[in-house]
Design a protein around this ligand. Structure first.
Ligand SMILES: NC(=O)c1ccc[n+]([C@@H]2O[C@H](COP(=O)([O-])OP(=O)(O)OC[C@H]3O[C@@H](n4cnc5c(N)ncnc54)[C@H](OP(=O)(O)O)[C@@H]3O)[C@@H](O)[C@H]2O)c1
Length: 317
């Protein structure tokens, strides 16, 4: 297949790019800074000659969006919103205008669209969308609004010959440097991988290998449209999540952190505490119903696998 990945230069794009090329597909990445022969320039907000790459492709997987790992200043929040909505809009226009439109358009969304909750998991059918839950900072609703606007942009594109799926993905765990797993592992190794603010908040996650398999499954499964959760079936409280990571690396202790300490740490890391404190209890209802099986469905085993790959890659390097 010819697969076009707008925004495919980041963490998730790197995982997909490698895996899809290794499986024999032709991959074209749309980026603001092309480097390789297979990269095509776009600006993520206007039409250009890049639309030729979409025309005649088999699948488009749009990942573009300003990183959410940043301080939530007004300017950053606006950039997070605009980069997602604008890129989804122009991808939709390109698909709609194509003479030979792709069979499927997978549009990245996020598991953050669901409410902060502890009582029950959020699947696509019974889950509660966030934004109005009590007891959380007002600004958390902005992340939900970004996700809703992002999905709306895809939903309203008129692409009758192209199936549309919104990927409500949890954090994708891979051994790559700079990715979320790398950051969490570094904290654990420093002895800082303890419970944050009690550690009762759920962490939803998906192993990189299953993420790629789920994307391949969604490309093939002609009957699936609309939002699909990409998350391992067993989200777990943050304190258990970090304990399993410490065990996998062999770190005996993890200092607990209060909400205030987390705020200080997030400030130092130029990120936001929402990423640590929001309870994302998300389960893959539609994937499981459609017959998808997870190779890495339980975090302790997935963490052990990721740690052994980190050790393998670093000792080779
Ligand atoms: N990482 C996760 O676990 C995870 C989980 C759920 C959802 N997501 C979402 O999935 C997408 C990809 O995640 P990621 O971790 O790979 O993100 P990332 O590493 O930050 O990469 C995102 C890519 O988007 C492009 N981009 C950034 N700002 C842009 C802008 N203003 N206009 C157009 N393109 C822009 C960049 O490509 P160029 O600089 O090359 O143009 C960048 O490589 C993001 O939208 C993220 O919110 C990620």
């Amino acid at each position: 297949m010819k697969i076009v990945i707008p925004g495919g230069t980041g963490q998730v794009g790197g995982i997909l790019d490698r895996a899809l090329r290794a499986a024999g597909h032709e991959v074209v990445v749309l980026t603001r800074r092309p480097v390789r022969d297979t990269d095509v320039h776009w600006d993520g907000k206007t039409q250009g000659s890049w639309v030729d790459a979409v025309d005649g492709s088999d699948a488009v997987i749009n990942l573009a969006g300003r990183s959410v790992s940043c301080r939530y200043t007004q300017a950053n929040l606006q950039a997070m919103m605009d980069s997602r909505v604008d890129s989804a809009r122009v991808v939709g226009e390109a698909v709609a205008a194509a003479r030979r439109p792709p069979r499927v358009w997978l549009q990245m969304s996020t598991a953050t669209i669901y409410a902060h909750r502890f009582d029950a998991p959020n699947d696509e059918a019974t889950g509660i969308l966030g934004g109005t839950e009590p007891g959380v900072p007002d600004y958390w609703s902005y992340s939900v609004k970004i996700a809703e606007n992002w999905e709306r942009e895809q939903a309203r594109a008129r692409t009758p010959h192209t199936r549309k799926v919104a990927l409500r993905s949890a954090m994708v765990m891979s051994p790559d440097r700079g990715g979320i797993f790398d950051v969490l592992l570094r904290l654990a190794r420093l002895g800082l991988g303890g419970p944050v603010a009690g550690g009762g908040q759920y962490v939803s996650w998906i192993h990189d290998h299953d993420f790629v398999r789920a994307v391949e499954f969604l490309i093939e499964k002609d009957e699936l449209t609309g939002p699909v959760n990409l998350a391992a079936p067993a989200p777990l409280p943050q304190r258990a999540f970090m304990r399993a990571l410490r065990t996998a690396w062999g770190v005996p202790v993890g200092l607990p952190a209060t909400k205030w300490m987390a705020q200080l740490g997030a400030f130092a890391l130029r990120t936001d505490t929402e990423l640590l404190l929001k309870s994302r209890r998300v389960t893959p209802g539609r994937l499981l119903d459609a017959g998808f099986t997870f190779d890495q469905g339980e975090w302790p085993r997935a963490a052990a696998d990721l740690v052994s790959r980190v050790r393998g890659e670093r000792s080779t390097a």
